[in-house]
Design a protein around this ligand. Structure first.
Ligand code: FES
Length: 213
């Protein structure tokens, strides 16, 4: 599915439906800009201020929405000051970082990664966790960690065949309520849905017969 690109007077919105997990921050926060379930154009970049439209992209966890100023002065693709992965209760891992996946630099620093094992669009979340009845806390225990010398910089996500997401780079693991639970430079995160020590892989993918590229 190609991304929809809608150019307004000051900003341009790009919407990638294949990445959207329907967090609905856009349609609930700015219902005049994003008007779902209508015939014809549903994205209206001029229906709010440029700053507000930019906010919709910065607030979109999946990276489905990207916004750039038409004069090139600002873009929502700027990497964050602190790299984070947020553990969403019964849902995906929401990462924000200068992101590469399988060594391929991603256009946007935001993405939601499947951790229930059911997505048909791995490593991205496609919302399958809801129908699958996936349950997993968004409040993992806080580990002992040491401060990172650098809190941003490149992060690579390498999905290992039939196994976890191998993540390398400076990264803070954050609970759903915003508690930092760990700080890592290398970690294996469960993506099969079966670990008893989520968000970390504990090797359960083998017994579960998890298969994925
Ligand atoms: S990927 Fe889930 S336990 Fe290893």
């Amino acid at each position: 599915m190609p991304a929809e690109i809608v150019k307004g007077k000051t900003v341009t919105i790009q919407f990638d439906g294949a990445k959207c997990i329907h967090s609905r921050g856009c349609v609930l926060g700015y219902p005049n800009v994003y008007v779902p379930n209508v015939k014809g154009e549903w994205i209206h970049p001029d229906a709010a201020s440029a700053e507000e439209v930019m906010h919709t992209a910065l607030n979109c966890p999946s990276g489905a929405i990207r916004v750039s100023y038409n004069d090139g002065s600002e873009t929502s693709d700027k990497p964050p000051v602190v790299n984070t992965v947020r553990v969403r209760e019964n849902g995906p891992l929401a990462i924000e970082a200068e992101l590469s996946v399988r060594g391929e630099k991603q256009a946007t620093p935001r993405a939601t990664l499947c951790r229930c094992g059911q997505s048909k669009n791995k490593p991205w979340c496609d919302g399958a966790h809801a129908a699958a009845g996936f349950t997993a806390t968004g409040e993992p225990a806080t580990r002992e960690f040491t401060a990172l010398e650098v809190r941003n910089g490149p992060v690579n996500v390498q999905p290992s065949p039939n196994g976890p997401l191998l993540v390398s780079g400076n990264l803070e693991i954050v609970s759903g309520t915003g508690r930092t639970t760990d700080k890592v430079t290398k970690v294996a995160l469960c993506r099969c849905g079966h670990s008893k020590n989520k968000p970390y892989c504990d090797g359960s993918h083998k017994a579960a017969g998890f298969t994925a590229d």
